[in-house]
Write a protein that binds this ligand. Structure first.
Ligand SMILES: *[C@@H]1O[C@H](CO)[C@@H](O)[C@H](O)[C@H]1NC(C)=O
Ligand SMILES: *[C@@H]1O[C@H](CO)[C@@H](O)[C@H](O)[C@H]1NC(C)=O
Ligand SMILES: *[C@@H]1O[C@H](CO)[C@@H](O)[C@H](O)[C@H]1NC(C)=O
Ligand SMILES: *[C@@H]1O[C@H](CO)[C@@H](O)[C@H](O)[C@H]1NC(C)=O
Ligand SMILES: *[C@@H]1O[C@H](CO)[C@@H](O)[C@H](O)[C@H]1NC(C)=O
Ligand SMILES: *[C@@H]1O[C@H](CO)[C@@H](O)[C@H](O)[C@H]1NC(C)=O
Length: 380
């Protein structure tokens, strides 16, 4: 007579044998670690690559992932040909189609199956979640997305990195607004599972207070927005641009706890919350080579990564504005491509307040269009 016992034993043995991952995000120790108990370094506005004032990164997503970035923060905007990744407005910065970006992530993850990557998709236009589902499918990313069994997952209920990798669902995607578990369970409601501290701060004391959540902060994962901005006003429009002058202090991940560094921010968090942040978002994450990644390794209790992160030029170069000779006055401008260099320091002093529109000096066509179209707040 056939007994159930050997079958069960066999099934257990089978599941042990198929639990193949022996390295997870570069370390064997991380395979048995809950996803909710790992610190990842992330790229804020991952798609905004370049050296204009609306850019936050030096290298494209593939290079970011190769360097060790494991959290990709994105901002989606609706455009005529589909959902684009833009910064505040597509006239300001346009990082292309979300679908194309996802395809790059898919290509990377398919050749790096032992890594867990997180996507934090922000939805400032409150596009319905059904807008995204076809893009998840057409880009091929859907099959890699972790699908939880409920919309809110307790800290202790998150899978381990090893099980995400074994199941080949090693991309975890969050949506900040309009997530709907019934319609699209693979876009996880961010604020039911993770809170964030303040963003676009101009004060390098950072703090670590809850800024956005819809759950119980003490029992959620959390993301820190560790990038420093400088804020300007142009008429009634206020905008924030990355503070490039401070970036090497901001992105310092050495054991230093000097004010403004990553260690300083993490210490603020530890004092308030007693555990490390899950995601640390940076602008120009490569400004300090391996330093932020070494810090994450130390927070995770693993050895430092062995790859070398090359320092990009965007963090240290001046922002590029566009010198333009004509404007239609309705927000549409034409350019012949000549550029003017504007450094954060010069912006800080006077260039912006004395921006001379009759002279035709525009800090990027987009700033002007956005300004003319009356967007009151520009967050870069
Ligand atoms: C997105 O833009 C397209 C083209 O302008 C439009 O047809 C569609 O209704 C928009 N979708 C949403 C959700 O606003
Ligand atoms: C959240 O952060 C934004 C931007 O820094 C700030 O304007 C807002 O007041 C903060 N809200 C809370 C509740 O802390
Ligand atoms: C992981 O757990 C350890 C032990 O409780 C804790 O010290 C650490 O802060 C946790 N890290 C995260 C990101 O939760
Ligand atoms: C803006 O003005 C230009 C020139 O008058 C015109 O060609 C263009 O269609 C206008 N654009 C919009 C969005 O109204
Ligand atoms: C581009 O703009 C510059 C500066 O205004 C001007 O000297 C140049 O003639 C323009 N070139 C073209 C092709 O319009
Ligand atoms: C702006 O540029 C125009 C044309 O070059 C010049 O006449 C005017 O004095 C400038 N205004 C300021 C405030 O610099």
């Amino acid at each position: 007579m056939f007994s159930l016992l050997p079958l069960t034993a066999l099934a257990l043995l089978g599941s042990t044998l198929t639990s193949a991952a022996d390295t997870c995000n570069g370390h064997a120790e991380l395979c048995s670690r809950l996803y909710s108990n790992v610190t990842f370094i992330g790229a804020h506005d991952s798609y905004a690559v370049g050296d204009s004032i609306a850019d936050n990164q030096d290298k494209d997503v593939t290079a970011q992932l190769n360097d060790g970035i494991r959290t990709l923060q994105l901002q989606a905007h609706n455009a005529t040909d589909g959902v684009h990744l833009c910064h505040t407005s597509c006239s300001l910065q346009d990082g292309g189609l979300l679908e194309d970006y996802f395809k790059k992530v898919v290509s990377w993850i398919s050749s790096n199956p032992n890594d867990v990557v997180t996507i934090v998709l922000t939805n400032p236009e409150n596009l319905p979640v059904s807008t995204y589902s076809p893009i998840l499918t057409s880009s091929g990313i859907s099959q890699y997305l972790y699908q939880p069994s409920s919309s809110a997952i307790a800290l202790s209920e998150w899978p381990t990195l090893g099980s995400l990798i074994d199941a080949k669902t090693n991309i975890v995607a969050f949506l900040d607004y309009q997530a709907d578990f019934t319609t699209e369970p693979k876009l996880i409601d961010e604020f039911s599972n993770m809170w964030e501290d303040a963003f676009n701060v101009v004060d390098n004391s950072f703090g670590c207070n809850v800024n956005r959540t819809s759950g119980q902060a003490s029992s959620q994962m959390y993301l820190i927005n560790h990038y420093l901005d400088t804020s300007y006003s142009l008429g009634s429009t206020q905008f924030w641009i990355p503070n490039k002058d401070q970036v090497t202090t901001t992105n310092n991940g050495d054991s230093s706890t000097e004010q403004g560094t990553i260690g300083y921010h993490v210490n603020n968090c530890l004092q308030l919350w007693g555990r490390n942040p899950n995601h640390i978002l940076l602008d120009f994450y490569d400004s300090n080579s391996n330093s932020p990644f070494n810090l994450a390794a130390s927070l995770n209790g693993v050895s430092q990564p062995t790859n070398t992160v090359s320092v990009g030029s965007g963090a240290t170069s001046s922002a590029t504005g566009t010198s333009d000779s004509s404007s239609s006055g309705n927000g549409t401008t034409s350019s012949n491509g000549s550029t003017a260099k504007v450094s954060t320091s010069s912006l800080k002093s006077s260039a912006l307040v004395s921006i001379n529109l009759t002279n035709g000096l525009y800090l990027g066509l987009g700033v002007l269009s956005t300004f003319v179209f009356g967007v009151g707040k520009i967050l870069l």
